[in-house]
Design a protein around this ligand. Structure first.
Ligand code: HPA
Length: 287
């Protein structure tokens, strides 16, 4: 069920439309996860482009829409840097193919973006994590990709990168160090850990949670890694931050439970801290 991959020309056509709307040439892009949309409000001189107005942008398979996820590019300035923000991402669980989920990342690359900052809402697996914490992603477990759902499947697009990209240092060390430095200075708790990507949309069972913990994962979510894979293939630097919106439940007799509403509500509360860290990184961007 591999839908044909986009061609380089498909991304170029989309990029032409973005260039027609703005003269800014952002080198940094930020993908906003669930509940984190308000980050886009800190952009000045914004050009807003709804996804549906971009040629070749993947259409929602069923016209669907997930609460808390908008659908537009916001291009503007933060801390003197030109940035491209995705307010709302495409999720595999919505029925998009992996080529579709990762379309925006290749579009960014064609537009000249060199650094991708990814954010998401995630469940905390590490027993030390609390709802409301932020976690700097140090590495990932690509359960989706290793099970055959990888945006790089199919013919390799050599103009972006090599057939077998290397993932030893997927998350840029200078960007990680800068984030930790800012967090410390601003008195914000910034955890560090491994993010495991699943397809969703079903939340995990307690047995799965216990297994992921044994595998060395610290946070669990339904996004991000597909985009990171395609960004790294294209040679982009990557930084990732998870908002720990809930503690994953490892006991089938638990009286607590997780909900999408909780994910959005806690995500919104963490936004100010995340904005502080992202602003700091943009202001003191390590080359
Ligand atoms: N599991 C998977 N994805 C999530 C979670 C979770 O507990 N919280 C936020 N996104």
């Amino acid at each position: 069920m591999l839908t044909p991959a986009f061609t380089r020309a498909d991304y170029e056509v989309a990029a032409d439309e973005v260039r027609r709307r703005t003269h800014q040439t952002p080198k940094i892009a930020i993908i906003l996860g669930s509940g984190l949309g308000p980050l886009a409000d800190s952009v000045s001189n914004a050009t807003i482009i709804p996804y549906r107005e971009i040629p070749n942008w993947p259409q929602a398979p069923h016209g669907g829409h997930v609460q808390g996820h908008k659908g537009q590019l916001v291009i503007g300035e933060i801390e003197g840097q030109s940035v491209l923000m995705m307010q709302g991402r495409l999720h595999f669980y919505e029925g998009y193919s992996m080529h579709q989920v990762t379309f925006p990342v290749r579009l960014m690359r064609v537009l000249g973006v060199e650094t991708l900052i990814v954010t998401n809402a995630a469940g905390g697996l590490n027993p030390n994590f609390r709802a409301g914490d932020l976690m700097l992603i140090t590495d990932h477990i690509n359960l989706l990709g290793q099970m055959g759902q990888n945006g790089l499947m199919g013919p390799n697009e050599e103009s972006f990168g090599d057939r077998f990209p290397i993932f030893t240092q997927a998350y840029d060390k200078k960007l990680r160090n800068k984030s930790l430095e800012i967090a410390q200075r601003e008195n914000i708790t910034l955890r560090q850990g491994v993010y495991i990507a699943l397809s969703g949309p079903a939340f995990e069972t307690p047995a799965e949670i216990r297994m992921f913990r044994m595998w060395g994962a610290d946070a669990v979510g339904m996004s991000t890694v597909p985009e990171v894979v395609v960004a790294r293939h294209a040679g982009m630097r990557v930084m990732g931050v998870s908002s720990i919106t809930n503690e994953a439940i490892d006991d089938q007799d638990s009286v607590k439970d997780v909900s999408h509403e909780e994910v959005l509500a806690v995500g919104a509360k963490i936004v100010p801290n995340l904005i502080t860290i992202l602003r700091g990184v943009l202001r003191e961007f390590p080359e």
